[in-house]
Design a protein around this ligand. Structure first.
Ligand code: ADP
Ligand code: MG
Length: 671
């Protein structure tokens, strides 16, 4: 059995076979050329043989093997199958053909024989005729005829053989053509296979590269996988931790949920409770409001019982450098309940030099006793004084106009009482900053009950019957154009000062700034005119507006804090120079306005039909703070010095008159 060959080798074999076959025609010069020449030419070729035979009879036998070779052509030329051609190129063509023929299955009639040993033609094996004697021409002719006959037979046979060979040649050519075609096909196939092989090679190269890449990637991936595995392990660990945490959280959540449901129930009950509380609160608020209104009513009643016009006497201490008054000059007798009672009385002893005893000894000093709503001896602090008036100030929040005066001669302590002492020491803060602080804090408390308050401040001085703004800023600072007092509108009760600043205030610092500004304005004026501040009235006014939006309530009231001009009279013995004349005019204006104030208070007290407000700028400006429902408090400031006794007595007498006044029953300005 033939071993299985690779297609490539088979193709190669085929190609070699074809090559052999393609070369074959050129390698068949003798038989081919001879065959191509046809039977006639062959005959010609035979002719020399004949000739030789004729001439050299012995040579006939030597030419036989060639003819014999041709006779060995098998008689099975009709077979179409082309036998497999051996790979080797083989012997020259005649031999090749012989080999081809030999490979073909020989016909049963003619067995294959080796050239030269082939079966002899009919003549072969015949006994050579015995040589005839030269004379035996007839015999010779007979021999020659026999030989001719034999040659003819042979020629005939060779023709047949030639024909067969032609047929064989045609077949061989057909085979060659077929093989050529096959060769081309195979070559094409070979080329294709080569191309495929090359492509395969290239692909193989690519694949190798790819394999390398993939191997590299595999290495990377493996590293990655290892990392991932490590990470996975970590994550698993973490997951376990988280799972434990989750479990814990879930447990807590459950506990929280339980707590929540408990809390929800609690919230529900608390809500119910809150609703009940809200109801209660509303009731309480209602009650509180009722109580607040009741408080206001009672407060007012109390203030009225105390008097709508009250007079407090304050004696300032002896200042360093001043001569101490003789003992008993000023006395503060205790009240009916003893020393624990706040003092309300004051005794002033005056030794009258004009009065003398018959013996010429100085007369015993005359005692002047005064009684006021409250008397503050020299040691009384600002806080003590304010405590007494704080309730009155609060009335302004309840809607009652409140007016507080400081009356007295220059240097008796009016400004100290109203604005405070020098240096900004809180201990010596005056009534104005204390009153405002109190108002702000009470307003804040009342906001809890639904009240909203606003405060607008103004500060003017009245000098020689002219009004000047103490809060003026910029170019008007210190000089301030003249201001006029006008009604806020036609038919309006409210008064306003033209060209004066009305500044909204809501805290202590703003009030301090205003007082500071007023002091600066006064200081500028002081350099221009000698001690004008003590020759003018300073009027600090605060317009208080309260609103209870929930109940539609409103209350509006002014709080006026007035530092009056020095009440001292002009010394009648003083020479009247140009400065003194001016001073006299000032004094007359001051006295006129102060006496008008007294008259207004009297008229109000006596409920007279005409109240002379218009007689002075001061009373005109303050008219809304004095009449009807207003509450008035007058501080009479007294100097402790003996040398001021005359002015002190005047002040105390004026204050006593005021103290006797009772002005109407106060009505809150409620809308
Ligand atoms: P007025 O304003 O009546 O002219 P002042 O208020 O200017 O008087 O007081 C005059 C001086 O007396 C100031 O130096 C003031 O500090 C001082 N003084 C007034 N009253 C008191 C008092 N109660 N305690 C301490 N010093 C006072
Ligand atoms: Mg003063």
């Amino acid at each position: 059995m033939e071993p299985q060959r690779s297609p490539l080798l088979e193709v190669k074999g085929n190609i070699e076979l074809k090559r052999a076959l393609a070369k074959a025609p050129s390698r068949l010069p003798l038989p081919g050329s001879r065959l191509k020449r046809g039977p006639d030419q062959m005959e010609e070729d035979l002719e020399p043989e004949k000739k030789r035979t004729r001439g050299l009879g012995t040579k006939v036998a030597t030419s036989r093997p060639r003819a014999t070779a041709l006779t060995t052509v098998p008689q099975t030329q009709g077979q179409t199958a082309v036998p497999k051609v051996p790979r080797k190129t083989g012997p020259p063509c005649s031999t090749a053909i012989a080999t081809v023929l030999k490979n073909q299955k020989p016909g049963p009639a003619v067995p294959a024989q080796k050239p030269g040993t082939t079966a002899a033609p009919p003549v072969v094996g015949r006994k050579k005729p015995s040589k005839r004697p030269a004379w035996d021409l007839k015999g010779q002719l007979c021999d020659l005829n026999a030989e001719l006959k034999c040659c003819r037979e042979r020629t005939q046979m060779l023709d047949q053989e030639n024909q067969q060979l032609r047929n064989q040649l045609r077949e061989a050519q057909q085979q060659a053509t077929a093989l050529g075609t096959e060769r081309r096909t195979l070559e094409e196939e070979l080329a294709r296979v080569r191309a495929q092989a090359e492509q395969g090679q290239q692909e193989l190269g690519n694949l190798s590269t790819l394999v390398l890449e993939l191997e590299e990637r595999l290495g990377t991936q493996e590293g990655l996988v290892q990392e991932l595995q490590k990470e996975q392990l970590e994550l698993q660990e973490e997951r376990r931790g988280l799972a434990a945490q989750l479990e814990e959280q879930e447990r807590r959540l459950q506990a929280s949920e339980a707590a929540l449901s408990g809390s929800q129930a609690e919230v529900a009950s608390l809500r119910q409770e809150a609703a009940a509380q809200a109801d209660l609160l509303a009731n309480r608020e209602e009650r509180l409001h009722g109580l607040e209104m009741e408080r206001r009513r009672l407060h007012n009643q109390l203030q009225e019982l105390k008097g709508n016009v009250r007079v407090f006497c304050r004696v300032r201490p002896v200042l360093p450098g001043e001569s101490t008054p003789p003992p008993g000059f000023l006395l503060f007798p205790s009240g009916p309940s003893g020393p624990s009672d706040p003092p309300t009385r004051l005794s002033l002893s005056r030794s009258d030099e004009r009065r003398g005893t018959l013996s010429g000894a100085p007369a015993a000093p005359t005692r002047h006793d005064f009684s006021f709503d409250r008397v503050f001896p020299p040691g009384s602090g600002q806080d003590e004084v304010f405590e007494e008036i704080s309730m009155l100030v609060q009335s302004a929040l309840d809607g009652y106009p409140v007016c507080i005066f400081a009356y007295g001669q220059t240097g008796s302590g009016k400004t100290f009482t109203m604005e405070g002492g020098p240096g900004g020491d809180p201990q010596v803060e005056g009534l104005i900053p204390r009153a405002l602080r109190h108002l702000f804090s009470v307003a804040q408390e009342l906001s809890g009950q639904g009240w909203t308050y606003s405060f607008v401040a103004s500060y003017v001085e009245i000098y020689n019957e002219t009004v000047r703004d103490l809060l003026a800023t910029g170019t008007r600072k210190g000089h301030g154009g003249e201001c006029e007092i006008r009604r806020a509108g036609p038919g309006s009760e409210e008064l306003t000062v033209t060209n004066a600043r009305y500044v909204p205030v809501s805290c202590e610092r703003e009030v301090e700034a205003l007082l500071h500004l007023a002091r600066q304005n006064r200081a500028v004026a002081r350099t221009a005119q000698n001690e004008r501040s003590s020759r003018s009235h300073s009027v600090f006014q605060l317009q208080i507006s309260g609103e209870h939006a929930g109940r539609g309530l409103q209350c509006v009231a002014p709080l006026s804090l007035v530092d009056l001009a020095g009440s001292e009279r002009l010394d009648p013995g003083l020479a009247l120079g140009p400065g003194e004349r001016e001073r006299l005019r000032e004094t007359q204006a001051i006295n006129s306005s102060l006496s008008t104030l007294g008259l207004v208070i009297m008229a109000l007290s006596n409920k007279e039909s005409h109240v002379p407000y218009r007689n002075s700028k001061l009373t005109y400006l303050l008219q809304n703070s004095l009449g009807g429902s207003a509450k008035m408090l007058m501080f009479v400031n007294i100097s402790p010095l003996e040398e001021n006794v005359s002015e002190s007595l005047n002040s105390l007498r004026f204050a006593s008159k005021v103290n006797q006044c009772v002005i109407g029953t106060a009505q809150a300005n409620r809308k």
